[in-house]
Design a protein around this ligand. Sequence first.
Ligand SMILES: NC(=O)c1ccc[n+]([C@@H]2O[C@H](COP(=O)([O-])OP(=O)(O)OC[C@H]3O[C@@H](n4cnc5c(N)ncnc54)[C@H](OP(=O)(O)O)[C@@H]3O)[C@@H](O)[C@H]2O)c1
Length: 301
Amino acid sequence: MILVTGISGALGGLIFEGLRAVDGLDVVGGTRAGGTARRIDFEDPASLTEGLAGVDVLVFVSAGYAEDDVVLARHGAAVDAAARAGVKHVIYTSLAGSGDLMTIALPHRWTESRLAAAPFDVTVLRNGLYAEVPVGLAAAGAANAAETGVFAAALGEGRVSVVARQDLADVAVRVAAEVERDLAADGRSRHAGQVYELEGVTAIGGREIAEVLTEALGRQVAYHDVPLFDMRAALAGSGLEPYQVTHTISLFSNAKAGLLEAGSSDLEALLATEPRPVMEAVVEAAKAGYRSQSVTAVRGG
Ligand SMILES: NC(=O)c1ccc[n+]([C@@H]2O[C@H](COP(=O)([O-])OP(=O)(O)OC[C@H]3O[C@@H](n4cnc5c(N)ncnc54)[C@H](OP(=O)(O)O)[C@@H]3O)[C@@H](O)[C@H]2O)c1
């Protein structure tokens, strides 16, 4: 039996739906929400003991969005519970190698080490950054770009390799299905001990986003780099949690250093089709960001 954690989340939900569509697999979902799925809360030991009963293959979706000590406690509890429950193979959704120096890498690399020391086989899916980074920047910058002809972001000359979340889910589905079949056939999977770098194959920087905005808005848009000092000051009043400010600044700092443009990826080898294009989503975001700002301005006026 395969269990996918975090199925109320975007990635966990896509993986669960993908596995359910594969013929002949016994798949259950886990979530803090419970309902018809098994209740799995990494912060509730009883839910892990009950929820992991009878599971052979665990698709362990990382549970970020908290301070590091909280994420480490969650992930450590999940690893320990999987070992106690006799899970045979864990597939963990981690962070791609290009993100090694980002602050969000710490809990991922810590979790990979804990998994490597555990008594089950492990496959690490090192997920690239979601396309939401340039999509969000394009959406947020559209109205200002339309007004001033400037798109400002703290990316320096760096470009960020990004990937469609659905591609990451498709790889997880393929790997989990093959692991389950391998276990049924001869006890150990071809994916055991593998670390797959699922870096995006498209890299997008400030200049590319300015080009998209130029096209979408029908006026010339120039890219201006924002100093990290100014970016941090702007984030301070943005309503983000303090740890989110840390992670956001770290992302832009790594981008400026040119570290987030990946050299190679295992994505194409593991996908049945070409990676989904991500630039279209940036174009759509640019148009939508401009439209929504226009509507607000009209309503506000
Ligand atoms: N590659 C990237 O660019 C990137 C960006 C941001 C985050 N991430 C990481 O990738 C993960 C999945 O991304 P997403 O887009 O699907 O995020 P999301 O939609 O916000 O989902 C958050 C996930 O965290 C799970 N979670 C939170 N607290 C939990 C707990 N106590 N026990 C068990 N699960 C818990 C949720 O599970 P339930 O709600 O179902 O319980 C859900 O699957 C994130 O959690 C984060 O670690 C990656």
